[in-house]
Structure formats: C-alpha cells, structure tokens
Ligand binder design. Structure first.
Ligand code: HEC
Length: 133
C-alpha cells in the first residue's frame, strides 16, 4: 500500500519545518526586537512591577515564575515545574523566538486578559536580563 509510506514522510517533513521555524535567537536580540516595535527602550523597573503584581486577574507572572524568576517555576494551577525564566540562570531561555512569542501571548492573556504590548514585553525582557547570579 502506497499510503503506508505517508506517516514517516510527513513526520520527517514536520521535523524539517519545526527546525526551519525555530528561529534561534538571543535574549539581547529579543529585547532589541521588542524595543524597536515599541519605539523606546525597555524599562527594567517597570518590567519588574508588571511581572510581580496582579493585573486584575487571579495570577501575576510571579505566581508561576517566582518574584525572582532565577530558579525553576511551578505552575500555579497544575503544579508542573517550569523552566527558569531569567536567561542568566537558564541558557535555553529566550533563545527561540517562536517559543518566546508563544509564551508571551499565552501568559499575558492569562495574567492581563489580553496580549502584552511591545513596550510591556520590552520592559519585562529588560528586567529579566538584569537578573544576574
Ligand atoms: C499559569 C502559569 C504561568 C503564568 C501566570 C505565567 N507563565 Fe510564563 N510560562 C509558563 C509555562 C508553563 C511556560 C513554558 C514551559 C516551561 O518553560 O516549562 C512559560 C514560559 C514563559 C516564557 C518563555 C521563555 C523561554 O524563552 O523559554 C516567557 C517569556 C514567559 N513565560 C513570560 C511570562 C510573563 C511575562 C508572564 C506574566 C505576564 C508569565 N510568563 C506568566 C507558565 C506561566
């Protein structure tokens, strides 16, 4: 049956697509991208405030990532471990643009009931980059 060859072929294709869309990046490049979109530099103090305070909902960013996101987080609802967010403490953090976009979109909706603006993302990213061992 010819059809039998399809699943492995499409799996290989998916892998190739995933690799092509992974968009390797750096925390500094992500900060530059958000700042350019916002038309201003990220403000770390403002980012910290936004990250650690509730925005009208049940959770803040810190609810899952800690107020100092320098160690693995814990999902506020499921209890699952979450990778450390501050890039100086997790070399994989902010290295995949698609992943950064996905989680900013999802988590901002969770906390602010809307997507974060480019300025808000610049502020938070600027603050996360200042966290050093
Ligand atoms: C309900 C729990 C929860 C909340 C609240 C939350 N996050 Fe997350 N966040 C996650 C999970 C889960 C992941 C990805 C899975 C993992 O890393 O293990 C993640 C990943 C991320 C990433 C991707 C980092 C990378 O490059 O790998 C960013 C950026 C991020 N979160 C920012 C935020 C910001 C900003 C807020 C507040 C607006 C926030 N998160 C609130 C659960 C949460």
């Amino acid at each position: 049956m010819r059809l039998k060859t399809w699943p492995p072929v499409s799996f290989a294709l998916l892998l190739a697509l995933a690799a092509a869309t992974a968009h390797a990046t750096t925390p500094a490049a992500q900060l530059a991208r958000f700042s350019a979109e916002a038309g201003r530099a990220g403000d770390a103090a403002q980012g910290q405030r936004l990250f650690t305070t509730r925005q009208g909902g049940e959770w803040s960013c810190a609810s899952c990532h800690h107020a100092q996101p320098i160690k693995p987080g814990r999902h506020a609802a499921t209890g699952k471990t979450i990778d450390t967010l501050a890039p100086a403490f997790n070399p994989a953090s902010f290295t995949d643009e698609a992943r950064v976009n996905k989680w900013f979109r999802r988590n901002c909706k969770e906390v602010l009931s809307r997507e974060c603006s480019a300025a808000e993302k610049a502020d938070i990213t600027a603050w996360l980059i200042t966290l050093k061992p």
